[in-house]
Design a protein around this ligand. Structure first.
Ligand SMILES: Cc1cc2nc3c(=O)[nH]c(=O)nc-3n(C[C@H](O)[C@H](O)[C@H](O)COP(=O)(O)OP(=O)(O)OC[C@H]3O[C@@H](n4cnc5c(N)ncnc54)[C@H](O)[C@@H]3O)c2cc1C
Length: 428
């Protein structure tokens, strides 16, 4: 048995690690120099940055399990904060650490600052109704419509639901799938209090997941080939031929863990996958912009992570408090918007002036760096088709954040899909 995994992002590495755990060696082919795909680190002018500031939550059970398997010390790698959502000077929700789920969220909502009593009550009733219906909708619909049906005010949408939706689904609430949003609420708020914890990386993203998993895979006999693009897959009697650098290698099992926008070309010779390729070609994507602003080292935010309600900046994280990069702030802007029409310099200027407005005591920035991932995630819209991990090609599976599952495009969604593929492969 020879197993190939095409793509060394979270999904591909989760598949490889799950196979390694079962003593099955796989060969991972990754086109880029660095592993991690859309969750990776890079170096810029001698500074370690991530391709985008990532946030995990306590409900990412499989991601956390694989990190432990690969020897990652959670306390060192992640800052765990009990649920808190703070919109600078506007809104403050903190779930108490002495109440079990879901009471901690309900209590937090009832005590939230920045909303009227009526607004907090409406949010509370909304959560109670969702719980009574097990967070299931009779039919999917845009999140904005669901919120209106449940009398959620403009303010509570602006301070609470919209920022949560952007952070989780990276899709505007007018288009976002209400059901997928409710899946995330269910998993983070309804079971254990720790599921709603925010987990902020304290190490470079690659050190958090991709590199430890790759080391685990190789320590168990697997192989990882970086800068190795698979350019074609063809069917053979007992498996598949993969074309790599103009040479062909034979594998009995293949896990395709590439992003959906790379799939169609790769499976062009596999007729049974034509329908899946067509689904992937129909996807829309949403960008995420991360604007790094370096201030002098003494500059600090009042909290490690803060929401902003200005025109552009949505979240700002203090990398000094997280991983010791003193004075470095990471500002996150999810989804399409007016910011995508600006040049990177203009965007950095606008964001820096929003930060200056919010924190008038801050000195000028020392440098700025904008990273825009144009196809950060698929647009998570109601009832969007998502292909299953199993395909009609025998022993060929699909892994990736876009494949069937409860989650939007997230690390946990990708990881779960990789695990599901690996579990399909028998031991011998
Ligand atoms: C800026 C940004 C911020 C984000 N923030 C969060 C967050 O806060 N929380 C969260 O949970 N998620 C977040 N996400 C989403 C998360 O990063 C992705 O859902 C996840 O990393 C997707 O993993 P994947 O393995 O499915 O795909 P990918 O990461 O895209 O991996 C696919 C891999 O396949 C490789 N590949 C492609 N074609 C070939 C080929 N022909 N041969 C070999 N290799 C190939 C690619 O180079 C890539 O490494 C964010 C994403 C971005 C971009």
């Amino acid at each position: 048995m020879r197993v190939a995994i095409i793509g060394g992002g979270c999904a591909g590495l989760a598949a490889a690690a799950t196979l390694a755990e079962r003593n099955i060696s796989a060969t991972v082919f990754e086109a880029a120099k660095h592993l991690g795909g859309r969750a990776r680190s890079l170096e810029w002018n001698g500074t370690h940055l991530d391709n985008g500031q990532h946030i995990l939550i306590g409900a990412y059970r499989e991601t956390l399990r694989l990190m432990r398997l690969a020897g990652v010390d959670e306390a060192h790698a992640l800052l765990r904060l009990p649920l808190q959502l703070i919109q600078h000077k506007q809104f403050h929700l903190q779930a108490p650490s002495w109440l079990p789920a879901p009471l901690h969220v309900l209590y937090g909502l009832l005590r939230a600052q920045g909303l009227s009593y009526g607004e907090r009550r409406a949010a509370l009733f909304f959560m109670l109704k969702l719980r009574l219906t097990h967070f299931r909708l009779p039919h999917d619909q845009p999140l904005a419509a669901l919120l209106t049906q449940h009398q959620q005010s403009e303010r509570i949408i602006q301070y609470l639901w919209e920022p949560l939706c952007l952070a989780a689904l990276n899709t505007p609430i007018s288009h976002a799938s209400a059901q997928v949003f409710l899946n995330v609420l269910r998993d983070s708020f309804a079971q254990s209090r720790h599921d709603s914890d925010l987990l902020l990386p304290r190490v470079a993203l690659s050190e958090l997941f991709a590199e430890p998993l790759a080391n685990y895979v190789t320590s168990k006999g697997g192989a990882i080939h970086r800068e190795t693009t698979v350019s074609a897959i063809t069917r053979q009697d007992n498996g598949y031929m993969l074309t790599v650098r103009d040479a062909a290698s034979h594998f009995t099992h293949v896990i395709l863990a590439v992003p959906p926008f790379r799939l169609a070309k790769l499976v062009a010779d596999l007729t049974p996958l034509a329908a899946v390729a067509q689904i992937c070609e129909s996807y829309d994507y949403q960008p995420i912009a991360t604007i790094y602003l370096q201030y002098p080292p003494h500059v600090r935010l009042p909290h490690p992570m803060l929401g902003l309600t200005g025109e552009y900046a949505q979240w700002v994280l203090d990398r000094g408090m997280l991983n010791g990069q003193q004075g470095l702030l990471a500002v996150v802007i999810s989804t399409e918007g007016a910011h995508m029409k600006l040049t990177q310099e203009e965007l950095a200027d606008r964001v820096a002036s929003e930060i200056a407005q919010a924190f008038p005591d801050f000195p000028p920035t020392l440098w700025r760096k904008v990273i825009i991932e144009k196809r950060a995630t698929f647009a998570c819209t109601p009832d969007m088709p998502r292909p299953s991990q199993q395909t009609s090609c025998p022993n060929l599976y699909l892994a990736g954040d876009y494949t069937a599952g409860d989650y939007p495009a997230t690390i946990e969604g990708a990881v779960r899909s990789g695990i599901a593929c690996a579990q399909e492969i028998p031991a011998s």
